[in-house]
Structure formats: structure tokens, C-alpha cells
Ligand binder design. Sequence first.
Ligand SMILES: [Zn+2]
Length: 387
Amino acid sequence: MFQFMTSTRIVFGEGALHDSLSLLNQFGYSVLLVTGQDQQRSLALEQYFKQQNMRYQRLVIKGEPLIAMMEELAATGRTFCPDMVIGIGGGSVLDVAKSLAALIPNQGSVYDYVDVVGRNVPLHVKSLPFIAIPTTAGTGAEVSKSAVLQSAQEQVKVNLSNVALFPDLAIIDPTLTYGTDAVLSGYCGMDAFTHLMEAYVCGEPNPLTDMICEEGLKRIAMSILPACRDDHYPSRRDMAFAAMLGGMARSNAKLGAAHGLASALSGRLEAPHGLITARLSPYVMKENISVAMELGRSDVLARYRKLAMILTLNNEAMIEDSVQWVENVLIKLQLPLLSDYGLCNTMFEEVAEDALRTNAIKGNPLPLNQQRLITILRQVCHNNCHA
Ligand SMILES: [Zn+2]
């Protein structure tokens, strides 16, 4: 038995934003518009609101979504009393907007509803209608039920997660990703890769997420380099599609040790989430493959072999070619190293211990103990320091 959930309505394609503006009217007349700093991207929306005599208030988000900032934004949102929340921007902007849609109609503090440092109480009142419009191809937040927030006090990332948080409408217009710089596109794209890769080899996949992961991985294999390095438009479309598939996969299957370690590291390093997962991926894959060999887990090895075949587009590919593919792409994308962000100065024992408490790591295809996680961190650090 399995179940599958995603956003209620998805509109995908070049020009989707312009063509689906009239869909917004069904949600009401007043809009809380959450954006990044680039006003250009939300101009079409603002013009439409004016044309339709709709009330709107724009909130501009800078940097990471901190819990303290969310409390203030929710208070502002409650005063404005919107019918809907629209988020247009990268992963952080969508996470803030999604959280506001849930928090505004619910009283109390953000800490009541988040995991890790909070009380993780279910939301009492239904969220406001939420419309997600991504401008990067990465997190897949436009089709996921969770938002990641940062607790500055405890230096950890926490999740606000609930089935009520699936967006009511996801408008995915690849033209919004055109012109994004190569490094930002690279770590967003590699985060999408890590969602698909971890969901594909995880302990609890299902036939539908398998299908989604295979298609997403194939598109990333063909398109990540031309999209990020050359701003090649058809490849940008493939990456937007693959990121959406990654969001569906992670919402309906599980993740693994790369995301478990990334969430333990996120409060300690000021590195973007996508960069952390990208740099951890090849070492997590290597460790999983070697444990699967030791334990004779042919089912896990078969998954990694299929992964290698998809990524290299070669039916003769060997298991280790999957790792090689990731390493080659990381070199070609010229992403920064984690040692630049202080990875080598973190306490690996503590990071590994925290990682073992995350939800993500429970999806890893095989249990990895603290020592194995420390080995992964040492290898990333050693390699990064000598690259
Ligand atoms: Zn991720």
C-alpha cells in the first residue's frame, strides 16, 4: 500500500505566470505577496492586482527565514487580514510564504507548531490559500508540505510540516529562472538531484515515486550543465520540471544521510542548503554502497546500479559510476567548497549525533552509525581541503 499527495493544481510551462493570473481570483481579493529583493519578478502580479482592484501588501524577504522574523511577519499578516498568500521567489521565500499561510489564521507562537525546538502541535485552523511561484529550480517547495525555518538561538533548522501546507496552486514558469547565475543555479539544481537520488535509493520508495525519480534524474543528467553554465532555455525547463519532481519525491518517499547531515550542519555553517547536500552526496553514496556490499544487500546495490545507468545514459554502467557522475558535475559546476564555510572546524562527533536524530536519516537505505557518519564528514573535509 502507498499514498501520494501533492499540490492541488499545478500549471507548468513557459509563460505560465502570465497565463494563469486569472486563476488567482478564485481565492479572494486581498493578497499577502511574499517576494525576494528583486521587484522585477513580481511586477506582472502587482500590475494584475491593480488592474483587478485587489488589495495587496508586499513583504520582502532577505536571507534565511528566522523564527523571530516569522513571528513579526505573522503579526503584520494578521493585521492585513489577507484572503490568500502568494510566494514568488527562491526556496526561502516560498518557505516563509507557506509558513505565513499556516500561521496567520492560527494563534500562538511559531514554536507551538515546529519540530526539534518546538512543541510540534498540529495546526488548529485551516491554512489560508497558498500560491507558490518558484524562481529557482531547486527545493521543490512548490509541491511540498513542509517549510524549513531557522532558529537563531539553538542554531538549528526546524520544519513546519503538515498536509494542509501543500500549495493550492503551483505556477512553475521556467522563464523565471532564465539568467540566474551559474553557481546559484548549480547548487539549487544539485539539491533537486539529491532529493531525487535519496528518494530513489531510500528505504521506503513506492512505484509512483520510483517513476518520478527516474524521469527527474534523467532530465538532470541531460540538462544540469547546459542549464547552469550556458543558460540554455530548454535545459532550464528540464531543471524546473526535475525540481518539481524532486519535491514530489521527497514529500511521498523518504530522504537519507545527505539530508540528515545537512540538517545537522545547517545551524553550524552559513552555507546554502543545496551546496551542503551537493558536496555530501558522493561521500554518502560511496558509504552506502560499501555498507551494502559488506551486508550483501543486493536490493540496495541494484538501485545504485540503476541510478548509475540513468545518470550516465549507459546501460553498461557500473555501480560506482553514479558517484563518479556526481563528482564530475561538481567539478564542472565549480561550486564553492564546504571547507570555505568552516566544515573542517566543526565537531564531527556532535554533528553525527545530531544527524542521527533527524527524520531524513531514517530514510537512508541502510542504517549508518555515528562512526560511519564521521567518516563521511572526514572524507568531505579532507577532499575539500586538498582540492
Ligand atoms: Zn534538500
